[in-house]
Design a protein around this ligand. Structure first.
Ligand SMILES: [Zn+2]
Ligand SMILES: [Zn+2]
Ligand SMILES: [Zn+2]
Length: 469
């Protein structure tokens, strides 16, 4: 077990026994987690300074602790805004040290062994020591204050109780950091305010590089990290300011697994968030899928086979026929390396779906038992195809293509051994096949039947003779 895995708090979120959580967690690349300075205890993503996709360089203004979040900007957002209010040329502005900063995060109080955070970055002291300096010690100089015998370090007040927050409390009165104490003062006036719920769902206070995943259950944190790494692998230049509102909303809606957000649009997520959630759910669905796990599904994600798009088998309603068709496509795919593979598979599946529909509509048993299929069903299928063409519901070329596909598929079912004992199409009669004379009368159809395997032709002819007797 790695330190990271051991570090997960068992009481938070999904139990360790959750196999899916384990699966997602195992899929997380330790190098990626190290890149984000990830620690399962702290649960805060820190964007790196240097990275081709998500690197956020430091703001070049002296004393500015923030990052440049827009690649084309020469400074951080705050410095751009400050510069906008001056007439100073950029080159000169870039040399002027920043005097005060509104940074997320906390710096420790300057008093030796004081565990409390600074009241403000510029004050250098915690609130208590700041008060002591200005009142009890009549505003003495900072160096003098730090050396004063009455000035001793104070014990920390504990962490802020907002789940998403990783800052320390600043006073004994409220169990929150400074920013959350201020936010509480405004929100608690609202009618029906529930402080417990607010603690669980309130957003974090982060510096420009940081994004908090605190307050989210383990499973969702693992999913968010996995989705993030997959998005970055795909070259998406994600920024903290697009991740923060997403995680804040997931926290506010108390989501435990991303798949719960099946319709992010309806749930009120922004367009960008909708795209991120869809991509995340897709990446998670593909996690650890193999052709072997995909081939049993009724809708195949063709990326698992190295293609794009999906192949749905759902229009084939008879289970034996649908399963046989999956075997057929699975067997056929390796021979089709080009980008038409999916198009081809879909065309053949939809042709067989026409046969499925014909069996369903024209047989009292809806065609569920392959052993009961027969010549009459083929005749009914061919007549129906002719009728659909005659009434303009399908073109003559589609009729021809479908019939050709069905002929090929039915023959291949036999050579794949699917009609044998205990196979999916057990007992499918040999006369359940499209014969050359069943083919629609089209000029390009002159060579119908030529590609039938010789062995199959022999069996067919033998049975044909028997059937005609
Ligand atoms: Zn700056
Ligand atoms: Zn202090
Ligand atoms: Zn806080």
């Amino acid at each position: 077990m790695t330190a990271a895995v051991a570090g997960i708090r068992p009481e938070a979120g999904a139990p360790a026994a959750d196999a899916r959580l384990e699966e997602v967690r195992r899929a997380l690349d330790p190098e990626f987690l190290a890149l984000l300075d990830w620690d399962w205890e702290r649960r805060v993503i820190t964007f790196p300074r240097v990275h081709p996709v998500i690197g956020l360089p430091d703001c070049p203004v002296p004393n500015c602790p923030l990052a440049i979040t827009v690649a084309t900007w020469p400074m951080c957002r705050g410095c751009i805004e400050r510069w906008g209010r001056t007439d100073v040329p950029l080159e000169e502005f870039l040399r002027i040290p920043k005097t005060s900063t509104m940074r997320g995060g906390q710096l420790p109080c300057a008093v030796a062994q004081c565990e409390r955070p600074r009241d403000t970055a510029a004050a250098k002291l915690c609130a208590t020591h700041r008060l002591q300096r200005s009142q009890a010690l009549a505003g003495i100089g900072i160096e003098e204050f730090l050396a004063h015998p009455k000035v001793v370090g104070l014990a920390g007040l504990g962490p802020c109780l907002v789940a998403a927050c990783y800052l320390d409390r600043v006073s004994g009165k409220y169990p929150y950091c400074k920013a959350h104490t201020q936010r509480l003062r405004t929100v608690r006036e609202q009618t029906g305010f529930d402080e417990g719920l607010w603690r669980r769902t309130e957003r974090a206070v982060c510096s420009t590089r940081e994004v908090s995943l605190r307050g989210l259950p383990d499973g969702l944190v693992a999913e968010a990290l996995y989705a993030l790494s997959s998005r970055i692998d795909n070259g998406f230049k994600l920024r903290p300011e697009c991740l923060r509102p997403l995680y804040d909303r997931l926290r506010a809606q108390q989501v435990t697994r991303l798949e719960e957000v099946a319709d992010p649009e309806a749930a009120g997520y922004s367009r960008e968030q909708v795209m991120m959630i869809r991509a995340a759910n897709l990446a998670l669905a593909r996690l650890n899928t193999t052709p072997e796990t995909e081939r049993v599904k009724d809708i195949w994600d063709m990326s698992v086979f190295g293609h794009n798009g999906v192949v749905p088998f759902t229009a084939i309603t008879q289970k034996p026929l649908r399963e046989a068709m999956k075997i057929w496509v699975y067997d056929d795919l390796p021979r089709r390396r080009n980008k038409n593979a999916v198009h081809h598979a879909r065309a053949i599946v939809s042709a067989v779906a026409m046969l499925s529909e014909s069996l369903r509509l024209q047989r009292p048993d809806r065609g569920e038992v392959p052993a009961l299929w027969g010549r009459a069903d083929i005749v009914a299928y061919c007549n129906r195809m002719g009728h659909l063409t005659a009434t303009g519901k399908q073109s003559a070329s589609r009729r021809l293509a479908c019939t050709r596909f069905v002929r090929r598929v039915l023959l291949r079912f036999r050579t794949l051994g699917l009609t044998g004992p205990e196979s999916v199409l057990e007992g499918m009669p040999v006369d359940f096949a499209i014969w050359p004379e069943d083919m629609p009368d089209e000029p390009e159809d002159a060579e119908a039947g030529r590609d039938l395997p010789e062995a199959v032709m022999r069996v067919l002819c033998a049975h044909l003779a028997a059937w005609r007797r």
